[in-house]
Design a binder for this molecule. Structure first.
Ligand SMILES: Nc1ncnc2c1ncn2[C@@H]1O[C@H](COP(=O)(O)OP(=O)(O)OP(=O)(O)O)[C@@H](O)[C@H]1O
Ligand SMILES: [Mg+2]
Length: 260
């Protein structure tokens, strides 16, 4: 990898990363010798069988878990939980039930932006982008699961973080809602060209439809076994892709790579 590559210097670099967990007397090898470079602005999906270490890798990249062996750098710095340039979204939304949709987004935004008018404008834009313009004042308990995930998505992108880590963000929603959420995610990402996204997913169609590249991991201990470029043109519509043969070929290729 040329050191002179400024894009990579600002991106994600993982070298010889291994990780074990200790459970009682047992050592569980979760990741083994993971090497990965993700340039700035790339959208990468991470796929692999359940338990292969995807969340472990994402936790390390997000600074929620300390890496034990190997090197991990985001924009040249090791990850840490408090890094303001990294945003993380989980499978189940972690919205505060006592705050409205707008207030949930504002909770994060207020730490960065002082001007209340500017924040209100940004929140409205984000709610528009995820189709919730009329629900700014609704509480999470008044929203469906898919709508709550939309708020969480808007909140994740509100900070315009350099790095966005998504762990099965749409795992808990139905197939139809999923496609519109996926389109909204792509749209939000396309609005911020320097945002690097790492998406963990079980859904190979989702991986292909959204990503520039899909990283395939082996069963535990997770290693990278394939790195598949997705050369589908952008801007993409997830719905329209469902009838594109190249899309289905890539999904089939991923099934092969997984050895399924
Ligand atoms: N806190 C922990 N303590 C002990 N073992 C753990 C811990 N967290 C994860 N593991 C183990 O590490 C392995 C990798 O787990 P991880 O959650 O990273 O997998 P995953 O690929 O995200 O799986 P899934 O697709 O089911 O979410 C699993 O075998 C799991 O049992
Ligand atoms: Mg997981």
């Amino acid at each position: 990898m040329p050191l002179a590559d400024p894009a990579l210097g600002g991106g994600i670099r993982v070298r010889k990363l291994s990780h074990d967990y200790q459970r009682d007397e047992q050592r569980i090898e979760a990741l083994s010798d993971v090497n990965l470079d993700i340039p700035v602005g790339e959208f990468v999906a991470l796929v692999g069988t359940s338990g292969c270490g995807k969340t472990t890798l994402l936790d390390i990249l997000s600074g929620l878990l300390e890496s034990l062996q190997g090197e991990v750098l985001l924009a040249g710095e090791p990850p840490s939980a408090g890094r303001p340039d990294t945003a993380r979204m989980f499978a189940r939304d972690a919205l505060m039930p006592w705050r409205t949709a707008a207030q949930n987004i504002d909770f994060a935004l207020a730490t960065r932006v002082q001007d209340t008018d500017q924040r209100a404008q940004r929140i409205q834009q984000l709610l528009d982008a995820v189709g919730l313009e009329e629900f700014a004042d609704a509480y999470p308990g008044q929203l469906s699961q898919g709508m709550r995930q939309r708020v969480a998505l808007a909140r994740t992108f509100s900070l315009q973080s350099k790095f966005v880590m998504l762990d099965e963000p749409f795992g808990a929603v139905d197939a139809m809602t999923k496609i519109s959420l996926q389109d909204q995610l792509v749209e939000l990402w396309e609005q911020t060209p320097s945002t690097t996204v790492v998406l963990v997913t079980h859904d190979l169609g989702e991986a292909v439809a959204l990503s520039d590249r899909v990283i395939v991991m082996s069963p535990r201990p997770g290693r990278i076994v394939a790195d598949v470029p997705i050369d589908l043109p952008r801007p993409r519509s997830v719905k329209a892709l469902q009838s594109v043969s190249e899309f289905h070929k890539l999904v089939a290729q991923l099934w092969d790579e997984l050895g399924a």
